[in-house]
Design a protein around this ligand. Structure first.
Ligand code: NAD
Length: 406
């Protein structure tokens, strides 16, 4: 039996996927409310295909509880934030989950850490925690790191099709865990050592963060000299060895805006490009705010209450607002304006910020300038409603004439 620890954006779909592919799974989360919601047959976030998978897993017998289970296989997918000052990974959730597992696990159990951690975290925090409790690693307990790569918005497809990495001290344990993942994963699964697995996951997200920062910097350069950054990137990408990502209003979520900081925190004198890239991305909400001021001036708008931000999530078609550019922009704007800008996002039924609307038409009726921060399908399908508005599109999803770009 597999006990999946942490039933958030990663743990829940993983547990459901395993259960729906014939594995016996119990999901554990210390959040009582979340477990109660799952136990009344409701999913806890919105994701394409999640409900169907949930029903398949329920029929296959998956259970949810707040208790850790006595078993021989654990999959840990708890949060791994970074410390805002040191930039290092904060491993406290992982260590706490490991300690709770040790209270109940069977001798010889395998603990698979799916949470993203910086290279060396398992050596620095997890092994000592196990040793302090008298566990001999490799005998009483096996450690494995199997970082997750799925992207919200396409999670279910990616769980089935992405390639994966499994890091283990002992190759045979790695192969044993690979068998578990092979039950549902059709991608290639590479088995390596733990430190390499830790590093690869962080490097992958860092690659994307640096590439996005490059696109963002190009956007600033092009804005300065009134050139079309999108056209320039699209022509450059016709080069067979160039692949520049798109600029945007900033980077959010639990991965690209977080993981590269781990390398800056651990290697401050070496990770210079990464440090600058992260600062560039983090500076984008302020850049957008300045663009809003410029566009307001150009259109003789002096009343900030006539400006609205569309989208609160960090990316399209998801309800995850962690580190979202819109929230960062609102935080920055709070320092200059008494009243927060109006916002609307179809994925948030409850207020997460002040001045938040819950009806698209009412939101549009109360503003003159709409700033598209997130390109949800909903707005793409309703572009005709924006006719007559001043549109500032930070996501390149609106082709109405006169639309302002980044
Ligand atoms: N969200 C993503 O897109 C994504 C993608 C790839 C990897 N990851 C990584 O996966 C990990 C989990 O991320 P997430 O987005 O699912 O986080 P999340 O916050 O959505 O979920 C984590 C869950 O763990 C629970 N939890 C925390 N500590 C616990 C404990 N000691 N015992 C039991 N439950 C506990 C929380 O209540 C929460 O429900 C992170 O390391 C993240 O970096 C996330």
């Amino acid at each position: 039996m597999i006990n999946v620890i942490g039933l958030g954006y990663i743990g829940l779909p993983t547990a459901l996927m395993m259960a729906s592919h014939g594995l016996e799974v119990i999901g554990t989360d210390y959040n009582k409310e979340l477990v109660a919601t799952l136990n009344v047959g409701k999913t806890t976030f919105k994701e394409e295909g999640l409900e169907e998978l949930f029903n398949l897993a329920l029929n296959a017998g998956i259970k949810f509880t707040t208790e850790y289970q006595v078993t021989d296989t654990y999959i840990v997918s708890v949060p791994t934030p970074y410390d805002k000052f040191s930039k290092k990974v904060d491993a406290c959730y992982v260590v706490s989950a490991i300690k709770s597992i040790m209270d109940v696990c069977l001798k010889g159990a395998t603990v698979v850490i799916e949470s993203t951690v910086s290279p060396g975290t398992i050596d620095k925090y997890v092994r000592p925690a196990l040793q302090q409790c008298g566990y001999v690693i490799g005998e009483d307990i096996n450690l494995v790191h199997a970082p997750e790569r799925i992207i919200p918005g396409n999670m279910i497809y990616e769980l089935l099709h992405n390639n994966r990495t499994i890091g283990a001290d002992d190759k045979s344990i790695g192969e044993k865990v690979k068998k578990i993942y092979t039950s549902f994963c059709q991608g290639e699964i590479v088995v390596t050592d733990i430190r390499t697995a830790e590093m690869t996951k962080v490097v992958e997200n860092t690659f994307r963060a640096v590439n996005i920062a490059f696109a963002n910097e190009l956007a600033k350069i092009c804005r300065h000299d009134n050139m079309d950054v999108y056209e320039i990137i699209s022509i450059c990408n016709m080069h067979p060895r160039v692949n520049i990502l798109q600029p945007g209003p900033g980077v959010g979520g639990h991965c690209i805006s977080v993981d590269p900081w781990f390398l800056v925190g651990d290697y401050p004198s070496l990770a210079k490009v990464i440090d600058e890239a992260m600062k560039t991305n983090d500076g984008m909400p302020d850049f957008i705010l300045n663009r809003i001021y410029e566009i307001m001036k150009e259109n003789n708008i002096s009343d900030f209450s006539r400006v609205g931000l569309y989208g609160l999530s960090y990316k399209e078609n998801v309800d995850d607002s962690r580190e979202s550019p819109t929230l960062q922009l609102l935080e920055s704007q709070e320092r200059h304006l008494a009243i927060p800008l109006k916002t609307y996002d179809p994925y948030f039924e409850h207020d997460i910020v002040p001045n938040q609307y819950h009806e698209f038409d009412k939101f549009l009726g109360d503003i003159d300038l709409i700033v598209i921060m997130v390109s949800h399908n909903q707005i793409k399908e309703n572009m005709n409603k924006l006719k007559g508005k001043i549109v500032f599109d930070t996501r390149r999803c609106c082709d109405l004439p006169g639309t302002y770009k980044i």
